[in-house]
Design a protein. Structure first.
Ligand code: TXA
Ligand code: MG
Length: 316
């Protein structure tokens, strides 16, 4: 199959209506999209990604009507929706029967979000169904934040990549669900800071091991480059790997190493998040033997950065 990259929303809509899988830009990362209600198309997502069927997908809706078609919305979710949608917040809500079990891996909940990227909003407007989409990377690897990243790994396996430029958030959405007692639970830190959520809905609880569904987004080893990744005190790690070609990922400061990528000299965690995955990919394909990253401040988007780095370091 020949894969083309372009900015033709009508072309992407046409292919999706025919049951094809198309890569789409979102503000967080690129997604691998199919019509939510076309089970054969959704199956293709799993095979293109080599994703296990027990890992549920996120449903991307354009408006309230589509949200109500796929999920039951509890009153407690309204404030979050009003404040953070469209945007990088995914809500795990009771599912409607119309959503195929394949999309939710048989769970009685569905993960939903309303993306903010203007091109994907235009695409959703050109379609009549919400789009089921995981991140557009092979299972377990770093998520793509440019159309070229998608091409590098999935070229030849999908017909079209809708090019919306570099993602402005750069890490995946924050995933929030509710436990049996109706308390908000964080399944994945992401593009919306937990502090902002708590300012609106009060305490957000950590997902307990028991409450965790079988969801590889939460697997210890995920978001992982091929090269070994170590997270911690950079000078100490540089001493430990003396004599090897080390690629350093640093928040603000240069380090003397084979390669050093500074994510945000100004110390802006949102800017650091925006660059994180591109830098991980770059170091992974460079001549570095080891990737070393510092630990980021555990606040705001720093939590999502630390989460992804920790999972990347868990190796495979
Ligand atoms: O920013 C994002 O969320 C991107 C863009 C494309 O929207 N998507 C994304 O999808 O990161 P993916 O498939 O890589 O991660 C989705 C994760 C799953 O791995 C799982 O952890 C969680 O969402 N998930 C989906 N449905 C769920 C459910 N019913 N209950 C709990 N977690 C769920
Ligand atoms: Mg993913």
């Amino acid at each position: 199959m020949t894969t083309s990259i372009g900015t033709d929303v009508a072309q992407a809509a046409h292919l999706l209506k025919q049951g094809a899988v198309v890569a789409i830009p979102t503000e967080t990362v690129y997604g691998l999209a199919a019509d939510t209600f076309n089970e054969e198309a959704v199956l293709t997502i799993f095979s293109v990604k080599q994703r296990p069927a027990f890992d549920p997908l996120i449903v991307h809706v354009r408006d309230r009507e589509q949200l109500d078609r796929v999920a039951q919305v509890p009153a407690e979710a309204e404030a979050l929706i009003a404040r953070f949608w469209p945007g990088p917040l995914t809500l795990v809500l009771p599912k409607r029967p119309a959503v195929p079990d394949l999309v939710t891996s048989g769970l009685d909940t569905v993960a939903v979000r309303m993306p903010a990227h203007p091109m994907t909003r235009a695409l959703l407007n050109a379609l009549d169904t919400p789009l089921a989409a995981p991140s557009a990377n092979p299972f377990g690897y770093v998520s793509p934040t440019t159309a070229q990243h998608v091409m590098d790994q999935l070229g030849g396996r999908i017909p079209y990549i809708l090019d919306g430029g570099a993602c402005t958030v750069g890490v995946e959405s924050t995933i929030l669900g509710r436990d049996a007692k109706g308390r908000w639970v964080l399944y994945r830190p992401g593009g919306i800071a937990v502090e902002s959520l708590e300012a609106l809905v009060g305490e957000v609880h950590a997902a307990s091991q028991a409450a965790k569904p079988q969801a590889p987004g939460m697997l210890e080893s995920h978001y992982a480059p091929r090269k070994p990744v170590h997270v911690g005190d950079v000078p100490a790690l540089l001493r430990r790997f003396a004599g090897r070609a080390v690629g350093v990922i640093s928040f603000r400061h240069e380090h003397h190493a084979h390669r050093c990528e500074v994510l945000s000299p100004e110390g802006d965690l949102a800017a650091a998040a925006r660059h994180l995955f591109a830098v991980l990919r770059e170091l992974d394909t460079s001549d570095c033997q080891v990737i070393v990253a510092e630990r980021f401040p555990e606040e705001g988007l720093g939590r999502a950065i630390n989460d992804r780095l920790r999972r990347a370091a868990a190796g495979r």
